[in-house]
Design a protein around this ligand. Sequence first.
Ligand code: DX5
Ligand code: ZN
Length: 215
Amino acid sequence: MKKMVAPSLLAADFSNLSKDIDIVNRSEADWFHLDIMDGVFVPNISFGVPVVEAIKKHALKPLDVHLMIVQPEKYITAFRDAGADFLNVHYEASTHLHRTVQEIHNSGMQAGVTLNPHTPVLLLEDIIEMVDLVLIMSVNPGFGGQEFIQNTYAKVDQLRNLIEKKNSKALIEVDGGISTDNSAQLYQAGADVLVSGSSIFKSDDPVKTISDLKK
Ligand code: DX5
Ligand code: ZN
């Protein structure tokens, strides 16, 4: 496992985004995690392509874009042009997931597949060799600040086994309800990258919280 951290800007101060981007830039964080919500796939709306483009101008680290939208295949080039480095699509939103992953690669990005809490890891068996990243949701997507779902540890463990069995290079990322209370146990279960929003941006010292999440 790699012990990486991807702060989610969903919990940042949208009236002063450059301040929170600078915090991530000068911290030990590895990526920026950007949550795109359409009000259809999830019951909330966040921000879209122009905001990603604006963030890219200040960000000194890769952009990990998490699409919580229906028909994600329609927006691959738009997010690539906006500066996405990793593009995550939901398994539940992708009818032709194999084709979508190919298109993300052809656009020059790394491809991530995201699983809702109810979606079994084994459904990735026939695609795990071609994905760069699997994002396991540890809350139901749509909102920051929710409670971590305990079954996530078992899912991380199952995914680690599947990755080894298939000799895949995919990284395991976990998203939702993550703080220093559960970070060590998640890395221990086999996670490579932890997403965290509230626990970082609502803390008194976000730079220190990011560094503590890596311990
Ligand atoms: C939830 C988002 C998460 C969220 C995490 O739908 O995908 O990335 O921002 O926020 P916290 O860390 O507050 O649970
Ligand atoms: Zn997310």
